[in-house]
Write a protein of this length. Structure first.
Length: 204
């Protein structure tokens, strides 16, 4: 079932016009006839891909050669010899009590008490301690390594892969396309009548 929408304020008849435009008693512009036109087609030419682009791989093998080199048959060895530190006894003055002020009260020749601040010098003592004249150290004596000559294979050039790009191929293709779509609608016709006013939507 198709639903045709006819916008307001346009009014259409609710029945198909058969025969004459005046059959049934249509009045003036109140009657419509159905008009159908087929779609219009044409041909177009377009490029279509026949085969997509691709890559072809070419591989070259690795190349090898021989090298002569020295290898260690016995590694170098190191011996450690320890030399003790050299020390010496030194004497140094160490402060036992720092200088300070003390309040001293004495009597003069007249028997009066006289108070004053008296500075007492610092007192020291002699201490002896060991000091390092030359620190201990370790002397290392090395025995050299021993070598031998060997031959071994090496890779001169790694295997490689080359890619050759092959572009896509195209062909011209003709196909039919719709140039203008068909129409199916109602057109007013002259005449009179007594058809009732149609609804906004007509179902067929």
């Amino acid at each position: 079932m198709k639903t045709y929408f006819i916008p307001l304020p346009v009014f259409v008849a609710a029945a198909t016009v058969a025969g004459s435009a005046w059959a049934g008693g249509c009045v003036g512009g109140n009657c419509y006839q159905r008009v159908t036109t087929p779609p219009v087609y044409g041909t177009v030419q377009e490029q279509v891909m026949v085969s997509p682009p691709r890559a072809v791989a070419y591989r070259t093998p690795a190349e090898y050669g021989e090298v002569v080199e020295q290898v260690v048959t016995r590694p170098a060895r190191t011996y450690a010899r320890e030399i003790p530190a050299v020390t010496q006894t030194v004497a140094e003055q160490v402060m036992v009590q720092p200088a300070r002020k003390v309040w001293s009260v004495t009597r003069d020749v007249y028997g009066r008490e006289i108070g004053c601040w008296v500075v007492q010098p610092a007192t020291y003592t002699t201490q002896y301690r060991q000091v390092v004249v030359q620190p201990g150290r370790v002397i290392y004596e090395t025995e050299p390594a021993e070598y031998a000559t060997v031959r071994r294979p090496v890779q001169i050039r790694a295997a490689q892969t080359y890619y050759q790009s092959i572009p896509a191929t195209y062909a011209t293709q003709t196909r039919e396309v719709m140039v203008q779509p068909g129409t199916d609608g109602w057109q007013p016709i002259g005449g009179g009548g007594g058809y009732p006013r149609p609804r906004q939507y007509l179902n067929w």
